[in-house]
Design a protein around this ligand. Structure first.
Ligand code: CDP
Length: 317
């Protein structure tokens, strides 16, 4: 079949930190957006050459045992031992086994969601993916509540839960975990050594309090496979963001994919300031170490224009 144009240019991709290039509003295009089923299927097939979301979503119990040594993906020289707790929380079968959904939402964490009124629309999708345990209750109107899978980088424990320094923070995290109510909690435990204790704390909390979540720990090969796929399409990503990982995985089991909260720019389309995260108290952008978000965004925008996915970066009707 014909090549899928994702990068959209033959010149080497450059990191664009400004809003330039997005002045052409995405909104008018989105009004006449139509899903391209043929293209979506072609992308799914292409990605399947690199990874299989059903398998790579999580390491399974049968493949590891307590005491096994794992080299961190980003810190090859550092290792961790598979603890008894981690072993207990590994799923026996893939949480995505034989799963297929008509439409899926992937909710990024950009402040562009604030005042979007997208909550209701997001919640109508069959499968809703969220990132990094982002709060929903207080933002339900704009981000919705439904959560079928939520990711949790270990750094979230530090950033949002004060490294569980006291009982109050432990209780806060516990409440958030209880609120997941049976959904999938996806913890990249093998990426970087920094998260070692944090992953252990969370595992312990889940077991001790019998929290009703389905834990998943991405396979060791997922990251390289995702990079490989995008590289083949001339999108040179050093370290894919959580959002891009989720899109890449979702192509396997979602017919139509709708993205919300993807907007890695400090100004919106009307030149109003945007918070980096919708739940941040302050405005302001810190550069994201290792990420090339605007580059990813450009790739996603191209896919939007071809009907392979739908990006919403403004208000919902
Ligand atoms: O784990 P990571 O730091 O990548 O993610 P996050 O800051 O919790 O946000 C979740 C995802 O939303 C990111 O991985 C991006 O794909 C997307 N995002 C975005 O497109 N624009 C922003 N301003 C913030 C997040």
């Amino acid at each position: 079949g014909a090549e899928v144009v994702i990068n959209g240019s033959s010149s080497p991709a450059v990191v664009d930190r400004s809003n330039e290039g997005f002045k052409r509003n995405i909104q008018p295009a989105s009004a006449k957006w139509r899903h391209n089923q043929t293209l979506s299927l072609r992308i799914r097939k292409q990605i399947l050459k690199f990874l299989d979301a059903e398998k790579d979503i999580s390491v399974l119990k049968g493949t590891l045992k307590p005491g096994d040594i794992i080299h961190y993906i980003f810190d090859r020289d550092s290792t961790m031992n598979v603890s008894q707790n981690l072993y207990e929380l590994l799923p026996r079968t893939s949480p995505l086994k034989n799963k297929h959904f008509g439409t899926c939402a992937i909710v990024g964490n950009s402040g562009v969601l604030l005042n979007s009124g997208c909550g209701q629309e997001i919640d109508t999708h069959s499968f809703v993916i969220r990132c990094n345990l982002a709060p929903v209750q207080e933002y339900a109107r704009d981000v919705g509540l439904k959560t079928d899978l939520v990711t949790m980088n270990p750094s979230v424990i530090q950033r949002a839960f004060e490294d569980l320094v006291n009982a109050t923070w432990r209780e806060k995290l516990l409440q958030r975990l209880h609120s997941l109510n049976g959904s999938i909690l996806w913890i990249p435990a093998f990426m970087a050594r920094g998260g070692k204790e944090r992953v252990e704390w969370v595992n312990e909390l889940i077991l001790k309090h019998r929290v009703n979540v389905r834990t998943a720990y991405p396979s060791l090969r997922l990251l390289h496979a995702v990079r490989g796929y995008w590289l083949t399409n001339k999108v040179h990503i050093k370290r894919p963001t959580t959002g891009l990982l989720m899109y890449t995985l979702a192509t396997r089991f979602c017919n139509q994919i709708y993205l919300y909260g993807f907007w890695p720019f400090p100004l919106d389309q009307n030149q109003n300031p945007v918070k980096y995260h919708y739940y941040d108290s302050k405005y302001g952008y810190t550069s994201q170490a290792g990420h090339t978000m605007p580059l990813e965004f450009k790739a996603l925008k191209n896919l939007h224009e071809q009907g392979a996915l739908k990006l919403t970066v403004g208000q919902c009707d």
